[in-house]
Ligand binder design. Structure first.
Ligand code: TYM
Length: 332
């Protein structure tokens, strides 16, 4: 049986890249009746300074509300907070003892996130080892993520193979699951050569799931396209318009071909208004669910506590096996 595991950092608001690239896949697997575990990666979100405790606590609440609003159903999916299951950090240490420093220093996310920091926290460096522990603690077989996570999951696969080879078959090698290429790397609205990202300083570069309708319309109106006015789909030559068509296609469930046909008489300026309206409509019910959840923090606490219990039960089984294999137990 498949076991699906993924995680998301509680930093800033969830944008359409996170939603289309990752969360929508989780919900799809959940609705197929698969075994899905979703972790709010709070420990990971502490790796880049500044760490503001008030902010973190608020962000955890917000991301929990947003995930539920986006359709994660805690009766079907295990939703929990990474820091509440100690096995993640325990296993992370053990994997850190078989992982080499050069292997980590070559990872693109590390290079990118550390380049503007004067003092690089150790946590940022070992970030991918903790991520590998997240996945392996549940013996996950499938990890649905956006394209930017592929190298990190490759490290996880390598560490699982190394562990198995040295200490005996323990972990299945998890497969990366990338959604259709059009959503795996949603692009920035300001620069279609970059991905849509939480850490982009310009909020106009993204659409967040919780953005107000006016902001959504403004940001899509200002989205950078090109000098051709027709609406045609060509992700390589026309990444800006194609990105909007992808978003439009997702929120309306229409094919790219139908969208282009219907937009035949529109220029890109008018087309942007059509996209904006469709996004606003799509997000409306999600936003109203999110605000209901946010008004009830105790419910969120209860959901995460229930998730913790179920997650811990699974993770502890793996940990007992790891202790055994690593020789951490006295034989009696
Ligand atoms: P995070 O929080 O940066 O992003 C969550 C998910 O959103 C995807 N994503 C995108 N997909 C398409 N287009 C984009 N522009 C875009 N931007 C982000 C990400 O690929 C990701 O799937 N390290 C992880 C969290 C994590 C994790 C794990 C993931 C912690 N432990 C274990 C998988 C397994 C992260 O920072 O995701």
């Amino acid at each position: 049986r498949k076991r699906i595991f993924s995680g998301i950092q509680p930093t800033g608001s969830i944008h359409l890249g996170n939603y289309l690239g990752a969360i929508a896949q989780w919900v799809k697997f959940q609705e197929q009746g698969q075994d899905v575990i979703v972790s709010i990666a709070d420990l990971h979100s502490m790796t880049v300074p500044p760490h503001d405790p008030k902010e973190l606590s608020k962000n955890i609440q917000e991301i929990a509300a947003t995930l539920l609003g986006c359709g994660i159903d805690p009766r079907k999916t295990i939703l929990f907070q990474q820091s509440t299951v100690a096995v993640h950090t325990q296993l992370s240490w053990c994997l850190g003892c078989i992982c080499t420093m050069p292997r980590l220093s070559h990872l693109p996310q590390y290079k990118e996130k550390s380049k503007d920091l004067k003092d690089i926290p150790l946590g940022l460096f070992i970030y991918p080892v903790l991520q590998a522990a997240d996945v392996l603690a549940y013996k996950a077989t499938h990890v649905p993520v956006g394209e930017d996570q592929v190298q990190q999951i490759q490290l996880c696969q390598d560490l699982a193979r190394m562990f198995n080879k040295r200490f005996g078959e323990t972990f299945p090698i998890p497969q990366t699951v990338i959604t259709g290429s059009e959503f795996a790397r949603l692009r920035s609205l300001r620069d279609p050569n970059k991905k849509m990202s939480k850490s982009d300083p310009d909020p106009k570069s993204r659409i967040c799931v919780t953005d107000k309708p006016d902001d959504i319309v403004r940001n899509i109106k200002k989205a950078v396209t090109d000098f051709t006015s027709e609406v045609t789909y060509d992700p390589d030559k026309r990444p800006g318009v194609s990105n909007l068509i992808n978003i439009h296609s997702f929120v309306t469930n229409k094919s790219v071909a139908d969208i282009c046909r219907e937009a035949k008489n529109l220029d890109t300026g008018k087309y942007k208004l059509v996209v904006a309206e469709a996004v606003v409509e799509y997000l409306k019910p999600i936003q109203s669910k999110i605000s209901n959840y946010l008004e009830n923090p105790q419910y969120l606490v209860d959901v995460l506590e229930e998730g913790r219990e179920k997650a811990e039960e699974i993770a502890l089984k793996s940990w007992i096996e790891v202790e055994e294999k690593l020789g951490l137990k006295i034989k009696v």
